[in-house]
Design a protein around this ligand. Structure first.
Ligand code: PTJ
Length: 244
């Protein structure tokens, strides 16, 4: 790559490579590559940087995770390929469990994801033992199969790069939901309690650092914050149009 490391495009190209390697190594579903393409387009719209509204959401997410009794980080293929180390760090700092939960589920992918998480330092990965499984109501996809000791009994669940159905089902099951979604208008983004409109590759690092701080109570309104995200996109586009 002939782009300086400090340039946002460098991170973006590096991320693309991680996804492609993740696909080759059975972590990422082919549909995960399409999801990433959608993410890249939205990342361009937000200016490929962590916005003020995303920073607000990160503070609220750290507070929520630190206050939880039984928090779970749900891991899919894209998340495992992009930030395995940060998943483990966040689990440690917030005392959260880690569970593999896939939309395009297969034993082969689940094993590959669990393996990379363990290689990155995870002591326990839930979602692998069929004897421990339970069903979440209101979901048709494989994502309904969850771990009894994990997502099923959690009070706070972090769901990255989601499809909307599970977030709605988790909310119906009275759980607090935190998500990363570059699209502020997606059903997941609109349904979650805390939506971090940012690229997981940038904001997971920030969430880990934020969760290490003792953290005063955060007042946070997700709908209001999402409106700010949309306004930030508009301002970024207007600025670019002026300079075009
Ligand atoms: O690994 P699996 O089988 O569980 O499948 C995972 C995917 C991602 C394929 C599945 O959950 C899916 O199809 O998701 P969607 O419905 O495409 O939603 C993905 C959302 O994440 C979209 O709104 C994208 O804009 C957003 N997104 C993509 N890449 C990133 C992202 N958000 C934050 N950071 C990213 N790097």
């Amino acid at each position: 790559m002939n782009i300086p490391k400090s340039h946002p495009r460098y991170l973006s190209l590096q991320t693309r490579e991680k996804l492609v390697n993740g696909f080759v190594n059975n972590l990422v579903a082919k549909e995960g590559l399409l999801a990433h393409g959608r993410g890249e387009a939205f990342d361009y719209l937000i200016g490929e940087k962590t916005t003020k509204s995303a920073k607000n959401a990160i503070k609220a997410a750290a507070y929520m995770l630190n206050q939880a009794q039984n928090s779970v980080i749900s891991v899919n293929g894209n998340f495992a390929a992009l930030c395995p180390k940060e998943i483990i760090q966040l689990a440690k700092t917030t005392n959260s469990k880690i569970e593999v939960n896939l939309f395009y589920s297969s034993e082969k992918r689940k094993k590959a994801i669990s393996k990379i998480l363990k290689k990155s330092g995870a002591k326990q990965v839930l979602g692998m033992d069929k004897k421990q499984s339970a069903k979440l109501k209101g979901i048709d996809s494989a994502r309904r199969i969850v771990d009894k000791n994990g997502i099923f009994s959690a009070d706070v669940v972090l769901v990255p790069l989601e499809d909307g159905d599970r977030t709605i089902a988790l909310k119906k099951a009275k759980k607090k939901v935190i998500t990363f979604d570059l699209n502020p208008l997606s059903r997941t983004a609109q349904t979650a309690d805390v939506t971090i409109v940012d690229n997981v590759t940038r904001s997971m690092k920030l969430l880990v650092s934020e969760s290490k701080k003792s953290g005063r109570k955060v007042t946070f309104d997700n709908k209001k914050n999402l409106k700010s995200s949309i306004l930030e996109i508009r301002k970024n586009l207007e600025r670019r149009a002026k300079n075009a």
